[in-house]
Ligand binder design. Structure first.
Ligand code: FMN
Length: 304
C-alpha cells in the first residue's frame, strides 16, 4: 500500500493565476478525501536554467555523488520536494508558445543530479497528475501535456491530466465552472489513487482513439513511414489501423511495458551516457582539443 497522504502541487504560472487556481481547486478536491497538501509557487523562487556544464553526468559516470553546480537558486530544493519526497505530485502550469513555459522547463531540465542520487524514484511507487493551461484555442495548446509528462513520467504513475483552453487573463478560469469542477475531480482522483496499492492504480483521465497507453497524450511521431508510429514521450510503438472508416493505433504491449521513463528504459539510457562519457575522456578528448581550435577562433560573436 502507498502510505503517502500528502500531495505537493508545483505551480509554474503567475501568482494567483489560472494554473494556480486550478491547482488549488484540485487540492481542495483531494482535501475532501482527507489528503493534505503543500504548494510550491515556482515563479516566486529562484529558478536558473541548466548551463550544460555536465558536472552531474560526469560525477554519475564516475560513480561519484551527482550534485548540480548551480548553488545559488532554489531548484535543488524544488526537486527534493517534487522528485524525492514521499508524496503525490500535481504539476500545474501555463503554456507559452505551444508547450510548457520556461519556468517549468528550467526546473525539469535540472532534475538529472537529483535522479542520479535517487534512482529509486524510477520505481514509480507514487502517483501524479498534470494541469496544463492555455489562453488560446486547442490549435495553440498541442504540447502542454506532452512536455509536462516528460517530467512527471520519470517518477509517477499518471492518474489524470487536463488541458485547459481559452483561459488567458489572470483569473479568467473563474468564469469557467466546467474547468474548476474538472480540476476538483482531478484532485479527488489523485487522492483515491493514493489510497490504493500502486499496482492497482489506473489512469482515469480522458482518452482518444490514438492516446498513448502510458502518458495518454495523443501526439504521434512518425520516425520512418506510416503506418508505424511512436509516442514521442514514452517511445511506445504502434501501428495505425483502420476499423471501418475509423483510424486507431494498435499499441505494442511489450514496448508499453518498458517505456522510455520506466526503470529499465532510463537505466539503459544512463548506461549509454556513461559509456559515451568514458569513451570521450579516455579516447577522444585529446583529438577534440586539437580539432576544436579551428572553431574556437572562428566567427564574429556579437553582444548587446
Ligand atoms: C509569452 C506567452 C506565450 C503564450 N503562449 C501561449 C500559447 O502558445 N498557447 C496558449 O494557449 N496560450 C499561450 N499563452 C497564454 C497563457 O498560457 C495563459 O495566459 C495562461 O492562463 C497563463 O497561466 P497563469 O495565469 O497560470 O499564469 C501565452 C502567454 C505568454 C505570457
Amino acid at each position: 500500500m502507498t502510505k503517502t497522504k500528502k500531495i505537493i502541487g508545483l505551480s509554474c504560472g503567475r501568482k494567483n493565476g489560472n494554473s494556480e487556481i486550478l491547482l488549488k481547486e484540485a487540492l481542495m478536491g483531494a482535501e475532501e478525501l482527507g489528503v493534505e497538501s503543500e504548494i510550491i509557487r515556482a515563479m516566486e523562487l529562484r529558478v536558473k536554467p541548466c548551463t550544460g556544464c555536465e558536472a552531474c553526468s560526469i560525477a554519475m559516470s564516475r560513480g561519484k555523488e551527482a550534485r548540480c553546480a548551480i548553488k545559488d537558486d532554489d531548484v535543488p530544493w524544488i526537486l527534493e520536494k517534487t522528485v524525492v519526497e514521499d508524496c503525490a505530485l500535481i504539476v500545474s502550469g501555463p503554456l507559452y508558445h505551444l508547450r510548457a513555459n520556461s519556468c517549468f522547463e528550467a526546473i525539469h531540465e535540472r532534475m538529472l543530479p537529483t535522479m542520479f542520487r535517487h534512482p529509486e524514484v524510477l520505481k514509480k511507487t507514487r502517483v501524479g497528475a498534470i494541469i496544463s493551461v492555455g489562453g488560446g484555442e486547442p490549435e495553440w495548446t498541442p504540447l502542454g501535456l506532452t512536455s509536462m509528462n516528460i517530467f512527471v513520467q520519470h517518477t509517477r504513475v499518471l492518474v489524470d491530466q487536463m488541458q485547459v483552453n481559452y483561459v488567458g487573463r489572470p483569473g479568467a478560469v473563474l468564469m469557467e465552472e466546467k474547468y474548476l469542477e474538472r480540476a476538483r475531480e482531478l484532485g479527488r482522483r489523485v487522492a483515491r489513487a493514493m489510497m490504493m496499492p500502486i499496482e492497482e492504480v489506473k489512469f482515469v483521465g480522458d482518452e482518444t482513439d490514438v492516446s498513448c497507453p502510458v502518458c495518454h497524450c495523443n501526439v504521434l511521431k512518425v520516425p520512418e513511414k506510416l503506418p508505424y508510429v511512436f509516442c514521442p514521450v514514452c517511445w511506445v510503438k504502434g501501428v495505425i489501423t483502420l476499423d471501418g472508416d475509423k483510424m486507431k493505433v494498435r499499441w505494442d504491449e511489450e514496448s508499453a511495458k518498458y517505456p522510455r521513463f520506466s526503470e529499465r528504459g532510463v537505466s539503459t539510457h544512463l548506461e549509454l551516457v556513461k559509456n559515451l562519457q568514458m569513451k570521450f575522456y579516455t579516447e577522444d578528448q585529446e583529438k577534440v582539443k586539437e580539432r576544436i581550435k579551428k572553431y574556437v577562433s572562428y566567427g564574429k560573436i556579437i553582444k548587446p
